[in-house]
Design a protein. Structure first.
Length: 286
């Protein structure tokens, strides 16, 4: 799922983040207080290097649970080191890409199509796969890339965009965001192509999950600035609406394109929804 975001962020040479002062509301929020506590020592950081954004580790169980409070949902995930999650996601994408490469080579050299069919049935998101009960493809498609430019652009974007969020929120909340963003992107893509385009499209790629990370960052720090080609500054509050408008237009009018714009829109909305869920404590996340 390639898009304008990848072309902009993939060529960005540097970016600086300026977090605006967070004001406390009348009703204290555990989410806002956590962000304030972690960002107060470093109000200005370099985004693409982000060495000062390392969050304090909060091994499960947290201290608060000593007062007989229930642990959070899947709280054991916080015990997984952040580097393990970060490099694990990159590694899984690499392994699946290697599997695609091998299966396509077997088709060319030996004419064997069974492995390629198996990859299509288990690592692409489509209405056919979903209706036949292979619901895991909604997630596995998020780790699937067939072409070198696709995985390089997505991998490069993930490398620079995911680290700050992972360090700020920890392993568990990051996995909820990333996996949930990929899942919602796949569902939106399925629904759009089935109900609006009236066709079955096989979709794959990490773009939807990465878009959820991008939109969450924009909600946290709307004055964050990306330097397009190292020259043109673009604030985060403009990037996300621009991406949303571009992909919405593409989904509606560019029927011949190979980019799953509907999945991109789903990823953007997932990141915004996740931010609101944390901000207003819609779900018990900590």
């Amino acid at each position: 799922m390639l898009s304008l975001c990848h072309r902009a962020l993939g060529r960005a040479l540097s970016s600086s983040v300026r977090f605006p002062p967070l004001q406390c509301s009348r009703r204290p929020s555990s989410f806002s207080s956590t962000i304030v506590q972690r960002l107060r020592p470093q109000p200005q950081v370099r985004f693409f290097t982000s060495p000062t954004l390392k969050a304090r580790g909060r091994p499960y169980p947290h201290r608060a649970y000593q007062n007989h409070q229930k642990p959070p949902f899947l709280g054991f995930l916080d015990r997984i080191p952040q580097n393990t999650v970060f490099w694990g996601i990159i590694t899984i994408n690499g392994v699946v890409f290697f599997a695609w490469t091998l299966t396509k080579q077997r088709v060319k050299s030996e004419g064997v199509i069974e492995p390629l069919r198996w990859m299509m049935e288990n690592f692409t998101s489509s209405w056919k796969n979903f209706s036949e009960g292979r619901i895991w493809t909604l997630i596995t498609a998020t780790f699937s890339h067939q072409h070198i430019p696709h995985i390089l652009v997505n991998g490069f974007t993930f490398y620079f965009m995911a680290k700050p969020v992972l360090e700020l929120f920890g392993t568990r909340k990051f996995l909820f965001l990333y996996m949930g963003g990929g899942l919602i992107a796949s569902l939106v893509s399925l629904g759009w192509h089935k109900l609006v385009d009236h066709k079955d499209v096989s979709s794959l790629g990490a773009s939807g999950a990465i878009y959820s990370v991008v939109s969450l960052l924009a909600c946290l720090a709307p004055t964050m600035t990306f330097h397009l080609y190292g020259i043109i500054p673009i604030p985060a509050w403009l990037v996300v609406p621009g991406l949303f408008a571009y992909d919405t237009y593409s989904a509606m009018y560019n029927k011949e394109g190979t980019t799953d714009a509907a999945g991109h829109v789903g990823g953007l909305l997932a990141g915004i929804a996740y931010y609101l869920a944390l901000r207003f404590r819609i779900f018990r996340m900590s």
